[in-house]
Design a protein around this ligand. Structure first.
Ligand code: SAM
Ligand code: SF4
Length: 465
């Protein structure tokens, strides 16, 4: 099945939908925004209408609606993680990526398990609790076991400053049996980006290696689901093809997963093409996405799939990241390095990093900034450790009940960060925010928050409900 055409991506249907909805008629836009407020998601026609918005007033209406949904479902919480690049070896030839096999201008490196432990320790000492493990598609002599062993190495590190409590994974598509092995290692989310859903563009930019096979990649999340991994992340690399097409194709992918497995993706990532060493394509994106369109993409996704987290990485500048929190972003990376060994400074970003970063600030500075904007940085990992994943998570999230868990847990994990890792300036901003947040809560959520935060103040770590 997995080598046959991934027919759930129907390009003709996408073109027709875009053609039929190519004007953002004000009446229609208002109708779609009113429907979005019901928080039941949008269909392909609705999404196509929103992609056509150019009028500043309509754009503002779109942004306000996205903000309203984000606050209703997620509150002010922003989940924090760091990527951990374990290897930049790769046998593929993706023309936009510095890790592509023929690129001679970067230094190649697959971290030893000892080195992975060292990198993990640095992230733990900074205060991180979640990492996203990333690798190119070529492993040292152990093969795929290298990835499994690396996950064990990360979870193994525990010191007086804490431990990593959730590892998400972004590695090349696996076979069903390999996915089963990955699940046994107790990963959080498995994420993979189709890069572009447009077949012709896909062929043009993936010119060598296993990644040339569009269908193997497109069916990857089906295989993961069948292997029992129900916490999945999808994404598009924006800039390769028309973003309107890509959003609609991603909707088709989401609808397919919901139809087949009863549950859609847990997260959507929105990477935008950034310059990469040795890549002409990355410096000259064929369909560069302007900043305003990028914000529009985030807002539309928030309305289209209200219960799916949206991840914003440090590819984007601090200013752009700030601008998207109110539009629907629910997770951000911070203090990132995209070169294996980047955290201990043994390798340089520019000679072995995957792409250039837009936000270079250390974790503490990002946390202070986020908190001073009124957003609560959350290091919470409770849902996945309590087994609230896949359908269970969606059941909980859909009626908005997740706020009863996420809001108190977010505050207690933030209180833990402030007590154990923050600089005095960050502590001051953060403690004030925790108090204000508790004051604004009510009922059970407030009761839980007070109890959990007090336990942290008394010296307890890792408290959640
Ligand atoms: N190698 C695996 C793969 O390609 O699926 C997994 C990890 S890959 C290092 C992670 C993601 O980085 C890719 O899926 C791609 O979307 C993104 N990426 C690659 N080159 C990029 C660039 N120049 N700018 C922004 N993102 C890029
Ligand atoms: Fe390799 Fe992934 Fe980069 Fe492609 S995007 S060259 S598969 S690391």
């Amino acid at each position: 099945m997995y080598n046959v055409n991934a027919d759930f991506i129907n390009e003709q249907k996408i073109s027709e939908t875009l053609e039929n909805n190519k004007r953002a008629d004000p009446g229609k836009v208002s109708e779609v925004l009113a429907k979005a407020k019901e928080m039941k998601g949008l269909n392909m026609d609705d999404v196509a209408v929103l992609t056509c918005i150019t009028d500043p007033m309509q754009l503002q209406e779109l942004f306000d609606t996205a903000n309203q949904l984000k606050e209703t479902i997620y509150g002010k919480r922003l989940v924090i993680f760091a990527p951990l690049y374990i290897s930049n070896l790769c046998s593929n030839e993706c023309l936009y990526c510095a890790f592509r096999v023929t690129n001679k201008s970067i230094t190649r490196n697959a971290l030893s398990q000892k080195h992975i432990e060292k990198e993990t320790e640095i992230l733990i000492n900074q205060g991180h609790k979640r990492v996203l493990l990333v690798a190119g598609e070529s492993y040292p002599k152990e093969g795929f076991d290298y990835v499994l062993e690396s996950i064990r190495s990360v979870y193994r590190v525990k010191n007086e400053h804490g431990e990593i409590r959730r590892i998400n994974v972004n590695v090349a598509p696996l076979s069903k049996d390999e996915f089963k092995l990955l699940k046994e290692e107790k990963i959080g989310t498995y994420q993979i980006f189709q890069e572009t859903y447009h077949r012709q563009t896909y062929r043009k930019v993936h010119v060598g290696g296993k990644k040339k096979d569009y269908n193997w990649r497109a069916w990857a999340l089906h295989r993961a689901m069948e292997a029992g991994i129900d916490d999945l992340g999808i994404g598009v690399l924006f800039g390769l093809f028309d973003y309107r097409f890509e959003i609609l194709a991603m909707m088709q992918h989401i609808n397919e997963l919901e139809d087949k497995f009863g549950v859609g993706p847990h997260t959507i990532s929105v990477p935008r093409l950034e310059p990469a060493t040795g890549s002409d394509l990355a410096s000259h994106p064929p369909f560069a996405v302007a900043d305003m369109d990028f914000k529009k993409i985030v807002a539309i996704l928030r309305l289209a799939v209200p219960y799916t987290g949206i991840i914003m990485s440090t590819r984007e500048t601090a200013q752009m990241r700030r601008g998207t929190f109110a539009l629907g972003v629910s997770q951000i990376s911070a203090g990132s390095r995209t070169n294996p060994g980047g955290y201990d400074g043994e390798t340089e970003d520019d000679i072995s990093g995957q792409f250039s970063l837009g936000d270079h600030r250390p974790l503490d500075e990002v946390i202070r900034d986020v908190a001073s904007m009124g957003y609560v940085p959350s290091f919470c990992t409770a849902c996945y450790r309590m087994g609230r994943t896949g359908q269970d998570f969606m059941d909980l999230a859909k009626p908005g009940d997740i706020k009863l868990h996420c809001a108190p847990n977010g505050l207690s994990s933030f209180a833990e960060y402030l007590r154990n890792y923050a600089t005095p300036e960050t502590k001051e901003v953060g403690e004030k925010l925790i108090q204000e947040s508790i004051n604004q809560m009510s009922g059970l959520a407030q009761k839980r928050a007070v109890k959990l935060v007090n336990r942290v103040k008394q010296g307890k770590d890792d408290v959640y409900c």
